[in-house]
Design a protein around this ligand. Sequence first.
Ligand SMILES: Nc1nc2c(c(=O)[nH]1)N[C@H]1C(S)=C(S)[C@@H](COP(=O)(O)OP(=O)(O)OC[C@H]3O[C@@H](n4cnc5c(N)ncnc54)[C@H](O)[C@@H]3O)O[C@H]1N2
Ligand code: MOO
Length: 408
Amino acid sequence: MTGFFNVSDLHTVLALAETFPATEVEKVPLSAALTRILAEDVSSDIDIPGFDRATMDGYAVRGADTFGASDAAPAWLRIAGTVGMGEEPAFSLSQGEAAAISTGGMLPQGADAVVMVEHTDRVDEETIEVYRSVAPGHHLITRGEDFSKGRVILTAGTPIGAAETGLLAASGCQSVAVFKRPLVGIISTGDEVVPVTETPKMAEIRDVNTHTLSAMVTEAGGVALPLGIAGDGEGDLEPLLAEALASCDTVLISGGSSVGMRDRTLTAMEGLEGSEVLVHGIAISPGKPTILARVGGKPVWGLPGHVASAMVVFEVVVRPFLLAASGSEATDRPKVPARLSRNIASAQGRTDFVRTRLVPEGEGYIAEPLPGKSGLIHTMVHADGLIRIEKDTEGLYSDSQVTVRLLP
Ligand SMILES: Nc1nc2c(c(=O)[nH]1)N[C@H]1C(S)=C(S)[C@@H](COP(=O)(O)OP(=O)(O)OC[C@H]3O[C@@H](n4cnc5c(N)ncnc54)[C@H](O)[C@@H]3O)O[C@H]1N2
Ligand code: MOO
């Protein structure tokens, strides 16, 4: 029987991510750029904003003209004009002058501040009283204050969220260069595994992994292509694997990655032309029986069949590869500190990922490890995050401070 001859450390496996190429680049309209990963640096074609702009309704003034102004001793200013929205003022302010302006209006030449309308009174058609002094720069956004022309405003590798979309719009990007979403073929294996459409007979189970893995691929920015269920017989997996490799950037096979008599994933991978098995066994728990092969430059993964193991391996191992392939720089999940509710034992020599619930306690959280076998999906349903226990640690004591990596 084959054994795990060469169990690799997690960091050694993760370092392999950079040996796989990123996906190609495509241009998408700005309206379709949300959640995509920027493939090139973007700079603005204009200063943003392109002019000094009022942030309050009131009067554009020269700040110095208002110094010392108060309710008891207001400053008197002459109204030189009114600024129209979207119009460049055709006049400038001289000493002792003000211009009526609305929020977003362009300051006339000579003005360097805005006084709010509620701090003024109109004496007559030509004159206002100002009751507060305003320093130069007050109540305005200066030209280029958000971004200046030609400066890189977003770098390649940035995930495009709502704010980035707004910035791209402000800088005139109608179409955006993004990495293509990696297409991920997903195959389940096992004579006992039946599709969701069937009621399992005794000794059969419904296919869970196709669905959890598809969801996780989508969440990681990929496109999932479920390809069905392969039986455990000799040659059952090969046609689906060939189909996956012909069309996909990455392939995930769940089940059959261990050392049992019907575990054929490794054999199928080794039988592919030009395949190179890079990993057979990772020093993590759950997830030790994980395989990674390179076939035609593409990663082909054999994930454990146990439902929670497959999810944890995807989260801590496969996801970083997918993000790297999508050009994304952001791989870390948010983490929160928490107080551990009980002792957790851990074997030396492997990195453990403990499924954990978070219970609010005062300003922070208690981390409650979820005991449960890795074949139980409910442990993942109830988990808010994972506690990582390093391989040279024997365990963690109750009440110790831990860091919980949040699951989406
Ligand atoms: N002698 C040993 N046996 C096992 C070891 C070991 O080191 N020595 N490792 C165990 C661990 S840990 C895991 S994890 C599993 C992984 O085994 P496989 O990847 O070969 O997976 P299977 O045997 O095919 O299935 C395991 C389990 O998961 C169920 N399964 C499979 N696919 C699906 C699916 N798509 N949806 C739902 N459930 C699925 C399957 O019915 C089995 O119950 O090996 C241990 N054994
Ligand atoms: O390592 Mo297995 O993946 O515990 O369930």
